[in-house]
Design a protein. Structure first.
Length: 581
């Protein structure tokens, strides 16, 4: 077994690999690695595969092709490598085929026009037993289950074949995304869906980096806040039960009679009814109008905030999800539903009360950037409504919308949001009539999407993501066009074509910011729908602000080319997340 050496990079360079060349990578831990590109396949026997990839990245800066960032890039990122560029087969498979999973078997099958293999299937079948041929692809076109379980990593020969298959799939995926319609007002030399595939791939890599890096937390500040809100850390189960009763007591005291289980909505509704408050359910928005006149309801709403912290963000959360290095870590997903990023460990729902504890160590600070009115601006770009695009050239686009609707700004905001979310009742319904008059092209775009959702017709977002609705067609036909089911999927589709496009823009922006931070010792530590949080040394904070603004301009230039829409960001520097709001 040999060690990594520059001659391997020289060998690849001599065969045509240069910066930006797609280079499929397969790593057999402890054994070696293989790479495949248009000029051939190469293998290297080495125990230190991370060092080998690091040297190749430094010497060649290729566009790495891997089955998934989670499967291949995780150990590289853990070791400190930050690859410049990648093509993630799983992420592009989700984009192209509307997959709900990104494993190699499903992504390969989708590109071949086959049904996804069942993950729950057990042992091997005759199709997986190829004897001497040891082929990775079965006679029915699926990948062998044995190979999917990792048998390819048992030899460098298998590792080479796995890299070759990855490159083959990348080439077919690239041809497919380049063939998708370019929906920009002014299409450029590079197809939009191809550019989106690149940014979706980088978003999948960014998710791994977010998991590894974590979100900085001041543990002392956090624990002080928890003590004030839910009480000291319980040492025993008895202390935990006593703490719950102590949180419940102010609500019980505010309502006469026997105490009830505040965690049971039916019991709470009965408690309210016997005190003269008759409501169909106990949702917070339903109870808020009673809070001013009822001390009990006010206490109940306050209790709910504390209880949410206690159950979701309490002491167990601190123990399970915050590391010894005072970093909050969760599992990130690059594209769920219509394409938004997701995160576990409460990273996407951290209560405002706890955000003061999100702060880096001395010498470093946070830069927060929030895309302003992003979904209405996206609607203007993807619908090609020139009048709405004109409004989106302003810092506050709701002001010109209000003028066009002959309304005040709050009503204009309600009208735009109602249009995107399919709300038709109350003041929103009346405002929509004015939207039809002022912005007919945008409204027609939304209604076309809603109609597709009602009928179970597949849609693609502006950037090419497939929204699979055809599987629902039979059920929707049986339910009827006026059923609740049809209305529900119509509203989903109406919003998804805007929300999905906004998610694509956001991830493209995040990927561009990531690249711009490479020389600043700064890293993105949180992505929250339309908000970025960057941790940086104090001395680089202003440079990070410049990178964020410049990256948005560059991203919008290709993403919404020819639309006339202006995208804006509110960017601040602060010691904590709360101060940056």
């Amino acid at each position: 077994m040999t060690s990594t050496a520059p001659p391997f990079a020289e060998e690849l360079a001599a065969s045509g690999v240069e910066s930006g060349t797609p280079l499929a990578l397969a790593i057999a831990p402890g054994r070696g690695l293989a790479v495949a590109h248009a000029g051939g396949t190469h293998a290297l026997a080495t125990a230190d595969t991370v060092a080998a990839v690091t040297e190749l990245e430094a010497a060649l800066a290729p566009r790495w092709v891997w089955w998934s960032a989670r499967g291949t890039a995780f150990p590289l990122v853990e070791a400190g490598l930050r690859p410049r560029a990648c093509w993630d087969l799983g992420a592009v498979g989700r984009l192209l085929h509307g997959l709900g999973r990104d494993d190699a078997g499903a992504v390969w099958a989708a590109q071949a026009g086959l049904d996804s293999p069942d993950l729950a299937e057990g042992g091997l079948t005759l199709l997986d037993l190829h004897g001497e041929s040891d082929d990775a692809v079965r006679d029915d076109g699926h990948l062998s289950r044995e190979w999917l379980r990792g048998s390819w990593a048992e030899s460098l020969r298998g590792t080479r074949r796995w890299a070759e298959l990855a490159l083959d799939l990348q080439q077919r995926q690239e041809a497919a995304v380049r063939a998708l319609p370019d929906r920009r007002a002014a299409a450029g030399p590079t197809p939009l869906a191809y550019l989106v595939a690149l940014s979706e791939s980088m978003a999948a890599l960014l998710c791994i980096e977010l998991e590894v890096d974590g979100l900085p937390v001041d543990r002392a500040v956090l624990e002080e806040m928890l003590v004030r809100t839910i009480g000291p850390r319980p040492r025993t189960e008895a202390e935990e039960i006593a703490a719950r009763r102590e949180r419940d007591q102010p609500v019980w005291s505010a309502f006469p009679g026997e105490p009830v289980d505040l965690r049971n909505p039916a019991s709470v509704r009965d408690l309210l009814a016997r005190n003269g408050i008759d409501v169909p359910d106990t949702r917070s928005w339903r109870l808020e109008p009673y809070a001013e006149s009822s001390p009990g309801v006010a206490a109940l709403l306050h209790w709910r905030k504390a209880e949410r912290i206690a159950t979701t963000y309490g002491w167990r959360w601190v123990e399970n999800d915050i590391g010894d290095d005072d970093r909050l870590r969760g599992v990130w997903g690059a594209a769920e539903g219509a394409g938004r990023m997701t995160a576990s460990a409460g990273l996407h729902n951290l209560p405002a009360e706890l955000r003061p504890a999100v702060r880096p160590r001395p010498g470093r600070t946070l830069v927060r950037a929030d895309l302003g009115q992003v979904e209405p601006r996206v609607l203007a770009a993807v619908s090609h409504d020139r009048a709405l695009a004109g409004a989106a050239r302003e810092d506050d686009m709701y002001s010109p919308v209000a003028a066009a609707l002959k309304s005040d700004r709050p009503t204009a905001k309600v009208a735009v949001l109602a249009a995107m979310y399919g709300q038709t009742s109350g003041p929103a319904g009346a405002a929509l009539k004015d939207m039809d008059r002022a912005y007919p092209t945008a409204m027609a775009f939304l209604r076309e999407a809603e109609d597709a959702g009602r009928r179970g017709v597949d849609l693609r977002t502006y950037g090419g993501r497939l929204l699979r609705l055809s599987s629902l067609a039979e059920a929707l036909a049986d339910a009827g066009p006026d059923s609740n089911v049809a209305h529900s999927y119509g509203r989903f589709a109406r919003n998804a074509v805007v929300q999905g496009a906004a998610a694509e823009l956001f991830k493209a922006w995040a990927a561009t910011v990531r690249a711009g931070l490479a020389d600043l010792d700064a890293r993105i530590v949180l992505c929250l729908h339309d908000e970025l949080l960057v941790e940086t040394p104090h001395e680089h904070a202003e440079a990070v602000v410049e990178v964020i603004g410049r990256s948005l301009d560059r991203t919008a230039a290709w993403w919404s080319a020819g639309s006339g829409v202006r995208f804006v960001t509110d960017t601040t520097i602060a010691a904590s997340w709360a101060e940056a709001k």
